[in-house]
Design a protein around this ligand. Structure first.
Ligand code: FES
Length: 689
């Protein structure tokens, strides 16, 4: 233990955490970090052999902190550090914090990339730095040899060594290790590395794996089980480095495209639940093989696994029948975080590997939404943040550090291209961007797989391989928004038949009109029914958002985050012009990609993030849209573009919105007749979850 510090002792500031404190000269930097609660990795327990504790001194005058920091203020490289540098290489400027001693004021940078067996850093994962404090750590210890006069068991002396060197209190060992302890200790000549799982809860820390000698790497997986795709990252628990990422489609699709059809499958088939559980676990196992091979890692080196997913995926993965989630009151079998042995779920990792599943927020706002909330952190900030994860069931979270509310809205599959005449999934050949000339009403578009617009030279050649096959979700949003902005459709969503005289693109289609987007085969048109399908989907989403805004007592939001793959491709301008999301500064709307995957990585790398989201989810107020009397009223208003009653002032300042005109359902100018209103009200009733 170091002597207590006094006011004349050197001042040490750790970055990026910003934690600071005074320590007597001669204190190892690693000790100072520990005392301040700054997480610096260490496997060898300060023996200068693992190289995990590297830090960098920042040189300069840090006026704000009143610190002049210099490499002169740290002890020179000693023999142990020199030996490490000679054997393993220490980058210029890097020091081993277990060996470097404080000699004066210092600003210390704790790099997040302490890569020992350097491999390529993957870019697929969000590159944010996650402060590490994993639930599973690996600890090197030297254990006392047996002594006839002190008859304690080998395991007991191993525990004592871990308690002595690593400050563990209560410590237990997994039963599967008991038959191996003696041979591993002797193989390692009484020096071993133990993996200790300590999730900072009431349970004792547990030794879950053991290797002879120094083991200097350990991995975990973070996995987002989506209903369409499953995405996995393989992450170093020591450096936080993403060693590999992979994705695959969810094989449960063969049992049903959307969530409710999968619940129905379980209800109709006696073996349905088992079959779907097996399908998702097999797919996860294949993904583990994939990331392990790509990352050059053995399955046995994977010690921890974090999973997120919507409630139905969550239940099916855990082997729970999701039937109760198929209807009100949408009862979850378990809403809190789930902790288990990975082997309990048939996952073949290290035999001691643990599994953690984030809590679910509500019966249809799942652990994936919790992971998105953990990643984006509405509960960590003052601004009112709206998070929307658009899928067949949109999950919505709204809040700030004061209060967070959440709900889901039954948007249906229209945003994914289903129920749309020319709709298709986002794949090469699908139209994803559309612009319409306001004068001629002629369209131009881009398809997935080509960088060129359809009116640019070389476009036909660039899409020759795929063709133009249909229109995907982002394309549908853009084309309908452009149709609205150019006056082709009214604020009520009716295609203006009078424009047929002006443009051959407007054609009669029975009693209504359509807009011809492409003439060539397949001829892609936007029909009145397509516009209606998008209106219904966006009205359901917006009505859910409005309910949450009302609960919060706000009329606007400060920040909007689109989560999920679909959100990455939506242009905020068009989403807002359609009234999918509330009025907001456009530069405050952004896509956050696989935020659920990022949240899962955060929970993998830092057990405090587990406590944070458990606590946050307990505080989140869940709104059941089906039970809210105002849902229908909001829905009816939201059927209009962008909205019947909400003004969209901020959008109007950046995008010229068309004059209001209303046309009756047959494409003739008129007003919002009682006939239409009752039709919209019927639609609202149908949309209720
Ligand atoms: Fe292992 Fe410093 S703690 S080298």
């Amino acid at each position: 233990m170091n002597p207590p510090a006094n006011i004349t002792d050197p001042l040490i500031l750790f970055m990026p955490s910003g934690k600071r404190g005074r320590f007597p000269k001669g204190t190892p930097i690693l000790d100072a970090a520990r005392q301040l609660g700054v997480y610096v990795e260490s496997v060898c327990g300060g023996r200068a052999t693992c190289g995990r504790c590297q830090v960098e001194v920042q040189e300069g005058h840090f006026a704000k902190h009143k610190i002049i920091s210099s490499n002169e203020h740290i002890s020179p490289i000693g023999p142990k550090e020199a030996r490490y540098a000679e054997k393993r290489e220490l980058k210029p400027g890097r020091r081993l914090s277990c060996s470097a001693l404080i000699e004066g004021d210092l600003v210390i940078d704790v790099p997040q990339d302490t890569v020992i067996n350097a491999q390529v850093v993957r870019k697929d994962a969000d590159t944010r730095v996650i402060e590490r404090n994993p639930a599973t750590r690996i600890c090197y210890v030297e254990v006392e040899e047996p002594d006839m006069h002190k008859p304690s068991g080998d395991l007991d002396r191993l525990k004592a060594a871990l308690q002595r060197d690593w400050d563990y209190g209560r410590l237990e060992a997994d039963a599967h290790l008991l038959p191996q302890v003696q041979s591993i200790l002797r193989q390692g000549k009484w020096a071993v590395t133990a993996a200790v799982h300590d999730d900072d809860d009431t349970d004792a820390a547990r030794i879950i794996a053991l290797w002879p000698g120094l083991k200097n790497e350990a991995y975990g997986i973070a996995c987002d089980i989506g209903s369409t795709t499953i995405a996995m990252h393989l992450v170093s628990l020591l450096s936080g480095r993403v060693a590999a990422s992979a994705g695959t489609s969810n094989p449960q699709i063969r049992f049903g495209e959307d969530l409710m059809s999968r619940v129905s499958y379980v209800m109709m088939n006696p073996d349905g639940r088992e079959a779907m559980t097996k399908a998702v676990r097999d797919a996860i196992s294949t993904l583990i093989d994939k990331v392990a091979v790509e990352g050059g890692v053995q399955r046995e080196d994977i010690l921890d696994a974090v999973f997120v997913g919507n409630p139905i995926m969550h239940h099916l993965f855990l082997g729970i029948d999701p039937t109760e989630l198929g209807g009100a009151p949408f009862a979850l079998a378990v809403s809190g975080a789930v902790k288990a042995h990975a082997s309990d779920l048939g996952l073949r990792l290290n035999p001691g590997a643990r599994l953690y599943m984030l809590p679910c927020i509500a019966g249809h706002v799942g652990a994936d939404a919790a992971a998105v909330a953990l990643s984006e952190g509405p509960h960590r900030q003052d601004e009112m943040m709206l998070i929307v994860d658009v899928g067949t069931n949109a999950e919505i979270v709204l809040g700030n550090r004061e209060r967070v509310v959440a709900a889901s809205s039954p948007t249906g599959p229209a945003f994914e291209g289903a129920e749309i005449s020319g709709g298709q999934r986002a794949a090469p050949g699908a139209i994803e961007r559309v612009r319409i000339d306001p004068g001629t009403l002629e369209p131009r578009f881009r398809v997935i797989g080509s960088e060129l617009w359809s009116d640019e030279p070389g476009f036909a050649e660039s899409v020759a391989a795929t063709g133009v096959t249909g229109i995907c979700g982002s394309g549908i949003i853009e084309v309908i928004a452009e149709m609205f902005l150019t006056g082709i459709i009214s604020e009520d969503g009716v295609i203006d038949g009078a424009l047929a005289a002006k443009s051959p693109r407007i054609v009669a289609n029975g009693r209504t009109f359509s807009y011809v987007l492409t003439e060539s085969e397949p001829r892609i048109t936007i029909t009145q029914n397509d516009v209606r399908a998008i209106q219904l989907a966006k009205a359901a989403l917006y009505a859910g958002i409005k309910l949450l805004m009302e609960k919060q007592g706000v009329t606007g939001v400060d920040v909007i985050r689109f989560a999920g793959a679909f959100g990455s491709f939506i242009d905020p301008k068009y989403a807002m012009a359609l009234g999918l999301i509330p009025d907001c500064e456009l530069d405050k709307v952004s896509a956050v990609g696989n935020a659920a995957g990022t949240g899962a990585r955060m929970a993998l790398l830092n057990r405090m993030h587990r406590r944070e989201i458990e606590e946050t989810v307990r505080r989140i107020e869940k709104i059941e849209t089906a039970l809210e009397p105002k849902f229908q009223e909001h829905f009816v208003h939201a059927m209009a573009l962008p909205n019947k009653v909400d003004p969209f002032v901020k959008l109007g300042q950046q995008v010229p919105l068309p004059q209001r005109k209303s046309i009756d359902a047959g494409g003739v100018a008129g007003d919002g007749s009682p006939r239409r209103r009752s039709r919209e009200e019927r639609a609202a009733r149908r949309a209720r979850p």
